[in-house]
Design a protein around this ligand. Structure first.
Ligand code: GLN
Length: 448
């Protein structure tokens, strides 16, 4: 039934890059057989999933939405895939994204531009636009996305679904094709808060063999007490989160959510986050620096795209990279390489790291007094493709509200909190302290 739905609507929405129909149907039949024999096992038994195309899947094309990896079939599964398979989830295919997860609209994909199921003239957001669109369109009950500077939460907010960027280290990054390793996390996109908590529970955990930044001894029981009373909790709403750049419709919806929390007996105070103004510059320097190092491996030799126009080795590198990467990826590699080069390192990279620390201190200072930070997920709802022509670095500033959680490593969830006059979803962001996803889900659940 889901493949029928996908065949009917995905021509317009363009959420999937690769459909794995034959494999999925075969797996579903095997699971039917197990069920008939009363051998149902696994917490996601038979539940379909869509996987962002930067998460490696054994024997299934994993392109990162780039020409560079147009023919890349990995020989292994990412840890999150292994975990989903152990729970007997069934993958329906790989979903679209911005190329190498660089972007906020799903437009930098080499293959296709995804569309928002709420309004096909609009972007589903990005970079996990395919993941959010697939869930919102009812193609899959859940999807995995990745979030380096907002790429799970912003598309979730644009598509009216629930998206979590977990604590850095909560989920193994083994098999996630790296963009910016100190910021990247895999996170679930679902229709409900409960589903989100369940999926995060199942993909979390230490992976000491493969990812030394994965955290040990994690408490992953997010569901017990999810409906607990939140009266007496204290929330912080940074006044910079409702600044001039934020659309009125977004501000109104967030203030309604604030009233709702107050009506449940919680306290919401306005606070200051003075260093918010630095997050965009800090993030784009750090993320681009790490990307320039991570993407050095794509050289046309070992895997992926190889230029046919080269006469010697040097040309092979240059032409493969020149032809294989799109403009946005090249922009980041150039910026990152420049920032890391001797003579500029102190002035840019080191300074960006210092700003990262200042922002983290702001977040930590607030969270030492409050249960959660609340605010909009994005400054705007989804934009219409033909009204807002995104050019170069101009869109970077729109990531201002999601970046603090990545720079600090803390968890952050986006949940739907209202609609604009044009019927486009608006997202509320809930940011907690390290490993406090349980508290975030508890509060988010009050909105369902
Ligand atoms: N929009 C941000 C960027 O382009 C975030 C991307 C992400 O989280 N992967 O870098």
């Amino acid at each position: 039934a889901l493949f029928e739905r996908i065949e009917k609507y995905d021509g317009d929405i363009k959420a999937f890059i690769t459909l794995t129909k034959d494999e999925a149907i075969e797996r579903a039949k095997e699971l039917d057989q197990l069920q008939a024999e009363d051998k149902m096992d696994g917490e996601l038994f038979g539940i379909p999933v869509g996987i962002k195309d930067n998460i490696v899947t054994k024997d299934v094309l994993t392109t990162c939405a780039s020409k560079m990896l147009h023919n890349f079939k990995p020989v292994y599964d990412a840890t999150v895939m292994t975990k989903l398979k152990e729970e007997n989830s069934v993958m329906l295919g790989k979903v679209n994204m911005d190329e190498f997860a660089m972007g906020s609209t799903s437009e930098t994909s080499y293959y296709q531009t995804s569309r928002n199921p709420w309004n096909l003239a609009c972007s589903p957001g990005g970079s996990s636009g395919g993941s959010a669109a697939a869930v919102a369109a009812g193609f899959v009950p859940f999807a995995l996305g990745t979030d380096t500077g907002g790429s799970v939460r912003q598309p979730a907010s644009f598509c009216g679904v629930v998206g979590m960027k977990p604590t850095y280290g909560r989920v193994s990054r083994y098999g996630l094709i790296a963009f910016a390793s100190s910021l990247d996390q895999v996170g679930p996109i679902t229709r409900t808060v409960r589903d989100n908590a369940k999926v995060l529970e199942l993909i979390s955990g230490e992976d000491s063999e493969h990812d030394m930044t994965s955290a040990k001894d994690q408490n992953t029981d997010f569901l017990s007490g999810i409906d607990k009373d939140i009266s007496g909790m204290k929330f912080a709403l940074p006044k910079e989160f409702l600044g001039d750049d934020v659309d009125q419709s977004v501000t109104d919806a967030v203030l309604k959510a604030k009233e709702r929390l107050e009506s449940l007996g919680a306290k919401v105070d306005e606070v200051d986050m003075p260093n918010l103004k630095y997050v965009v510059s800090s993030y784009y320097l750090i993320a681009s620096s790490e990307a320039s190092a991570n993407l050095a491996r794509f050289d046309g030799i070992r895997f992926g795209y190889r230029s046919e126009n080269a006469n010697n080795l040097d040309e092979l590198y240059k032409k493969s990279r020149g032809e294989g990467f799109g403009d946005e990826v090249k922009r980041r590699i150039l910026l990152g390489t420049y920032v890391l080069s001797s003579g500029h390192y102190d002035a840019f990279y080191l300074k960006a790291q210092k700003l990262r620390r200042l922002v983290a201190e702001d977040v930590q200072r607030i969270l030492s007094d409050y249960d959660l930070i609340i605010g909009p997920t994005s400054t705007t709802p989804a934009h219409k493709y033909d009204e807002v022509k995104i050019e170069g670095t101009k869109e970077y500033k729109n990531d201002i509200l999601t970046i603090p959680a990545n720079l600090t490593g803390v968890p952050s969830l986006s949940i739907p909190c209202g609609l604009t006059g044009d019927n486009l979803p608006i997202g509320l962001q809930l940011i907690g302290n390290h490993f406090e996803e349980k508290k975030i889900y508890n509060v988010a659940y009050q909105f369902e």
